[in-house]
Design a protein around this ligand. Sequence first.
Ligand SMILES: Cc1ncc(COP(=O)(O)O)c(C=O)c1O
Length: 344
Amino acid sequence: MSIRLVEETTPSQRRGSSPVQPRFDLTLSENPFPPLPSVLRAVNSVLAQANRYPEFLPRRLPKLIAHHLGLHSDQVVVGSGATGVAMQIIQSLMRPGAGMVYATPTFDGYPIMAEMAGVEVVPVPLDSAGNQDLWAMTRAIDKRTGLVVVCRPHNPTGTVVSASELKAFLGAVPARVPVILDEAYVEFLGAAEYIDPLALLSKHPNLLVLRTFSKAYGLAGLRIGYAFGRPEMMARVRRLQLPFGVSSAAVAAVSASYAAEPELAMRTMRITAARESLRNALRRCGIAVPLSHANFLYLPGPGVATALRRAGIAAKAYPDGSARISVGDPEADHAVLQALETLR
Ligand SMILES: Cc1ncc(COP(=O)(O)O)c(C=O)c1O
């Protein structure tokens, strides 16, 4: 399948214009598409008033998001990307020295935030298929555990724990331990993998679902993320809401993005189609790329990150030489294939 980003330049191409930069930067699982014109117009119109502060504590954005998801505003906390909200969750729900259980490797932000907050990390290795080992994670929970994180899809492998496993896991986590279900890439899930978070919340008051506008919505630079859960839990997290911490542009961007859902869904489909064709091609070259449900691929094996770097492709590199690349930019995808074709 041939995929073209018509009349659009991608972040990787723009960054690639400088001789000191790699040709393609695929490190951060970004969306290759720039913001939709309608979203840009909405943001621009708000920027004309950038001399004014945004709301002291954000009310409009939680309301907008809650309305979209069928929640009450008091169930939503917004912040500076999912990272900002996760930090707020850690600081508001955990005591220094408490343990944070997560699968490793994971989103780099978790160990970094744990260190910033003075909490202990309890990393649990993935199983051999690149899945989070939920049973091992359950066994890692003890009386010092203050937070558990499950990513669905998982970063960096793109794998998805099954609905039944997740439900059994949530049932096994003590009710006093908060669980972040990190759904940063949820929009890339197929219908068969999607789980209704409201059904999970009705059973598990300790659950917080974390999402972002950085990935499928392509607004990483605007830093908009949110979490939702039971009102009592979210009230605890909201206590650390930074005054003036969410820009007025965020409300405009989210509102325009919700109005453009069909266009955004088309982009998501193009990214997932590109991901599948690249994965199939790489597997034909002998690279055991796991099935991904996100906008990136995990490329296991020694030498992969080096081969990409030599070809001018920046990827997220792992200690064993494996790499994670964002997908969906046809030129970059082609360059990845060329760089790795002869590796095995
Ligand atoms: C699993 C996961 N969670 C959270 C984030 C944070 O996203 P942001 O802070 O841009 O919203 C990322 C970013 O890569 C991620 O991969």
